[in-house]
Structure formats: structure tokens, C-alpha cells
Design a protein around this ligand. Structure first.
Ligand code: ZN
Length: 243
């Protein structure tokens, strides 16, 4: 059985990484549904952009439009209520004493995968696609490859159904993520990523940079900005004019 006859569920936040993952999945699977989580994140503007991104991405390739299935948004306010972090409270975004940033929501991706697995089970999808990345990750232990692999085993055993967890960005940096977007969907997908996706932790969409909207100062903005700059350099080195 090839991937082209199977269904996938994409953990889709509306950020840059999960949007590239959505395109990656649309390029491969017969049907692709999306799941998002509302846990009271400060940058809820990210969630607001999801319908627009889905609408636009479906127009980029005819078969992407045919493959894109329903969207599911799960309310997970309990997660926000029990986690005292800079993503859910007015806490400064900085590195804590234990080396983990204050934006860390403990167990977040484990909980996301458990809910995504439960939904995928019902929807007849065994492929979960998510944007975790160990390469330039911010020290979140639940973004690590081994964590994701452990979840794949746990879901497969716990529901007695074979799940495959795909993380296409795990071993590439932000510059390579821009390059991957370009490779999958050309300039149109790249434009969509820059214009519509949101990564800024502060939810700032008042300032537009080459790499998209954001405050330009928070860790997520700095990562995106430096990734964009590195990608631009690589393109120039490789004589790729992007046309
Ligand atoms: Zn920012």
C-alpha cells in the first residue's frame, strides 16, 4: 500500500512549520485532515489564521484542493489552566534556570499526539504529521525525535492500531524549512508561508518583515528571521533566482 492511498491527520497550528507540513502531506496522501488545539495560548492570532491558510493552500494545486479534508479544532483550556508558562500567561519570555525556556508548556506535544491519535483512529487515518524539529529547537524535550518515536509506539500499542508519526522537519533548520516550502509548492507556497503563517509568541501582526509578520524580538521571530536570512544567502550561493 502506498501513501497515495492512505489518509493523514496534520497537527496544524497555523504557524510556519505546520503549514509546510500540511503542504508536505497534501503532496503525498489521498486525504488530509487538520487538527488544531485551543489551549488559551497568548498567540491565539495563530489559530485565527488557520482557515485562511487552508483556503489558500487548497488553491495552489488542483490535487491539493481535492485532498484537503475537514478541519478539527479541539478546546484544551485545561492545558492552559494547569501550565504556568509564558505562552499562556503574562510571563516574560526568557530562559529559565533549568535551561528550558519559559515558553515551554509541559507535556504539550504528548497531549496533542494523544488527542490527534484518538481523532485519527475515528477518522480512519493512521498517519500523523507534525512539525516538531530537533535541529534548531528551543530546548523543548517533547520536540525530540525520541519523544515522537516513543509516542508512535505508545499510540500503536494503546489503540492496537499501527500509527506512523511523520516529522518532515525534524532534522532540518529554519532555512531548510523555507527551502522545503519552495521545493514543494514553489513561490506561491513560499508567499503563503510568509504572508499568512504566524510564529511570533507575542501575536504581533502589526509589523511586516521580509520573512513575515511579528514583533521581530521574541525567540520565535528571531529564529524565523535568521532562517530567512540564511536561506536567502544559500539561494544566492546556489544561483537560484526563485523565479
Ligand atoms: Zn515575535
Amino acid at each position: 500500500m502506498t501513501l497515495a492511498s492512505e489518509n493523514a491527520l496534520v497537527l496544524f497550528s497555523g504557524g510556519q512549520d505546520s503549514t509546510v507540513c500540511l503542504a508536505w502531506a497534501l503532496d503525498r496522501f489521498a486525504q488530509v485532515e487538520t487538527i488544531g488545539f485551543d489551549y488559551g495560548q497568548r498567540h491565539a492570532v495563530e489559530l485565527d489564521g488557520r482557515p485562511r491558510i487552508r483556503e489558500r493552500i487548497a488553491t495552489l494545486r488542483p490535487r491539493w484542493g481535492q485532498r484537503l479534508g475537514p478541519d478539527h479544532v479541539l478546546p484544551l483550556q485545561t492545558l492552559g489552566a494547569i501550565s504556568d508558562t509564558a505562552l499562556t500567561r503574562e510571563v516574560a519570555i526568557e530562559m529559565a534556570d533549568d535551561g528550558v525556556p519559559t515558553t515551554f508548556v509541559p507535556g504539550r506535544n504528548l497531549i496533542f499526539f494523544a488527542f490527534a491519535g484518538a481523532l485519527a483512529y475515528r477518522r480512519g487515518a493512521r498517519h500523523l504529521v507534525a512539525g516538531m524539529c530537533e535541529t534548531d529547537y528551543s530546548g523543548y524535550p517533547d520536540c525530540r525525535d525520541n519523544t515522537v518515536k516513543a509516542m508512535q509506539v505508545a499510540l500503536t500499542l494503546g489503540m492496537d492500531r499501527r500509527f506512523v508519526l511523520h516529522t518532515p522537519l525534524m532534522w532540518i533548520d529554519k532555512a531548510a524549512t523555507f527551502a522545503l516550502a519552495y521545493e514543494i509548492g514553489g513561490k506561491n507556497l513560499l508567499d503563503l508561508v510568509v504572508e499568512e503563517t504566524h510564529s511570533c509568541y507575542l501575536g504581533d501582526r502589526s509589523r511586516r518583515h521580509d520573512w513575515g509578520y511579528g514583533c521581530g524580538e521574541c525567540p520565535a521571530c528571531r529564529l524565523r528571521a535568521s532562517g530567512w536570512a540564511a536561506w536567502m544567502e544559500r539561494r544566492i550561493d546556489g544561483n537560484d533566482d526563485g523565479s
